[in-house]
Design a protein around this ligand. Structure first.
Ligand SMILES: [Ca+2]
Ligand SMILES: [Ca+2]
Ligand SMILES: [Ca+2]
Ligand SMILES: [Ca+2]
Length: 360
């Protein structure tokens, strides 16, 4: 496949006129919606490893209260405590990966896991505070995002607390949902934006949500264009990275097919940019869905500027600093019909240096 050149404008401002305030991009929220909470049954875990409550299968949800139980175990990650604890056991029939969550509990929890036996000081995994719990009822709840478990072993999950605290807990043990590496294929073009992080300000390709506005400009190609990007949530799931890929269509009409496949639940859509940022009125059309499978959208579009927009779907978790942040975006049908003069009709102000940059 011919290597297609993507002219990524590295943080190049499409310096607009004085915007008189931030354009309305509230329809493309970087702020995320609340998640649904799974229904939970009510039963306390066992007092010790020898009386641990077995987890019959995944997914598993349970609730209980550690108050009134005994402080049998502790692991410091990084704080030691004297909180009472209860124990569950998981004996997987095959090698897998699970997430262990106390996120929705009502006290300052801690969770740790032993493999096969009590190994004080050497837990299999431990988490006290998980900053990526989505809207926990109380701060400092816990979650082990990826717990690798192997057939032939038993894993003791200890529900514990911080300090000497105890309370009502909500335990969830589910299959890891992000075990699907999305590889960048040969010829794939790097988005160029690094992973996001807490406090991140997207001045790279946050489109109309960036100030000044900033896009990744895609050059037309007769071949499919494959872009390898990164996305994720940050600031405790209140923000997400958004990627705006700008196309300038020059045909009377152009049929574009865009497909995205991500290591996180993903949302992708077209945005009509023909009126500039001030007149953007939401996603023209979009798809959204789970990680690990492609989601495609085909539209026949009139000439002018359009954006292909990619971001995490409205799910908690999937933080920027996780190893599962990659996606591929494939754009087909984006070809030049006439000349490159199409940009002359641009409604988005650009500096000359930017325009030169497009064809460098
Ligand atoms: Ca304890
Ligand atoms: Ca905690
Ligand atoms: Ca990105
Ligand atoms: Ca971005």
């Amino acid at each position: 496949m011919k290597r297609t050149v993507l002219c990524v404008l590295l943080c190049v401002a499409l310096a607009g006129p004085a915007l008189g305030g931030t354009p309305d991009v509230s329809y493309l929220p970087k702020v995320k919606a609340p998640a649904e909470t799974p229904e939970l049954e009510s039963r306390d875990g066992g007092e010790t490893i020898s009386s641990a409550v077995p987890i019959p299968g995944i997914p598993f949800f349970d609730s209980g209260n550690t108050c009134g139980h005994i402080d049998d175990y502790d692991e410091a990650c990084p704080w030691s405590s004297t909180s009472p604890d209860v124990v569950y056991s998981l004996t997987p029939e095959y090698d897998t990966c699970v997430s262990v969550s106390l996120c929705d509990s009502y006290y300052d929890t801690k969770v740790f896991v032993y493999e096969d036996y009590h190994s004080p000081g050497y837990p299999h995994e431990c988490n006290d505070d998980n900053s990526y719990c989505y809207e926990p009822p109380t701060p400092f709840t816990s979650r082990i995002r990826t717990l690798h478990v192997f057939a032939g072993h038993t894993y003791y999950i200890v529900v514990d607390g911080y300090g000497g605290g105890c309370g009502e807990y909500e335990l969830g043990v589910v299959t890891c949902v992000t075990m699907c590496p999305v590889e960048c294929p040969p010829g794939g073009i790097d988005e160029g934006e690094g992973p996001c992080y807490d406090g991140y300000v997207d001045q790279f390709n946050g489109g109309c949500g960036s100030y000044p506005v900033a896009f990744s400009v895609v050059e037309p190609s007769a071949d499919p264009i494959v872009i390898c990007g990164k996305g994720g949530n940050f600031d405790n799931n209140t923000m997400r990275d958004t990627d705006w890929y700008l196309l300038d269509l020059t045909c009377d009409e152009t049929t574009i097919t865009a497909c995205v496949e991500a290591e996180f639940p993903v949302m992708m859509g077209f945005i009509d940019m023909r009126g500039g940022c001030d007149n953007v009125s939401g996603l023209y059309s979009h798809v959204e869905g789970d990680m690990c499978v492609p989601h495609c959208l085909t539209e026949t579009l009139p000439p002018g500027e359009w954006v292909v927009w990619v971001a995490t779907w409205d799910w908690p978790g999937f933080p920027c600093d996780d190893e599962w942040v990659d996606y591929t975006l494939t754009i087909e049908g984006y070809e030049t019909c006439t000349s490159v003069d199409g940009l002359e009709g641009s409604t988005i102000e650009r500096s000359w240096s930017t325009i030169k940059g497009l064809y460098r």
